[in-house]
Design a protein around this ligand. Structure first.
Ligand SMILES: Cc1cc2nc3c(=O)[nH]c(=O)nc-3n(C[C@H](O)[C@H](O)[C@H](O)COP(=O)(O)OP(=O)(O)OC[C@H]3O[C@@H](n4cnc5c(N)ncnc54)[C@H](O)[C@@H]3O)c2cc1C
Length: 176
């Protein structure tokens, strides 16, 4: 299997990257170790900052967010018998946050990817990134009981802190 960008992990980072690459005409393959139902139900974030809202809209993934999400313009702190409003747009030149669950962001991005994006393989666990120092890195992965190799121009590790991609970054190039 061959692609330009091999993406490990179908969390919000991997899914959004796949969409942005698709929009730029660059092919990719996403490998996700869990099944679709698990990824779509994994509860995490609930608040999206303005930058995230903007990039989801620009990627064509903001339609349901804008319909069902709740724009949140501020908070009120109460102390010493008084109310103190913290007005997000007023203090930031119009920026606010959106209450829209990460599960829903993932559902929207998965639906778009499966509709017209590149391959998104669920239950495809990346086992190792090989050749990370060369110009043909590859990802060894297990899918449907078989081991396979995804050869890439670039490999992007969106598999979180504990994922396999982090371990493949050569010592000396790693920032942390
Ligand atoms: C309780 C909680 C509340 C949070 N609240 C907020 C919030 O309100 N606002 C906010 O902005 N952020 C919040 N966050 C942070 C936010 O959830 C993360 O920043 C976000 O999930 C990171 O996305 P990601 O795609 O980088 O990684 P992840 O979501 O961790 O996705 C990584 C993906 O890689 C897959 N994977 C791992 N290993 C492999 C492998 N070997 N092969 C293939 N796939 C693999 C995983 O199954 C997963 O799908 C919260 C986090 C938690 C835990």
């Amino acid at each position: 299997m061959r692609t330009t960008v091999g993406i490990i992990g179908a969390g919000p980072a991997g899914l959004l990257l796949a969409r942005l690459l698709h929009d730029a005409g660059i092919d990719s393959v996403v490998l996700e170790s869990r099944d679709r139902a698990y990824v779509e139900r994994r509860q995490r974030a609930g608040i999206l900052e303005q930058g995230t809202v903007d990039v989801l809209r620009a990627a064509g993934a903001g339609e349901r967010m804008d319909r069902e999400g709740l724009r949140h313009d501020g908070i009120e702190l109460r102390f010493a018998g008084r109310r103190h409003r913290v007005d997000f747009p007023g203090l930031t030149g119009g920026r606010s946050v959106m209450v829209y669950a990460q599960t829903e962001v993932c559902k929207d991005l998965i639906a778009l990817q499966l509709e017209d994006g590149g391959p998104l393989l669920f239950e495809a666990e990346a086992l190792a990134v090989e050749g990370a120092e060369g110009d043909r890195p590859s990802v060894r992965f297990r899918h449907e009981g078989r081991e396979d190799v995804l050869t890439c121009d670039y490999v992007v590790g969106c598999d979180g802190f504990w994922g396999v991609a982090r371990k493949a970054v050569p010592v000396g190039l790693s920032q942390v």
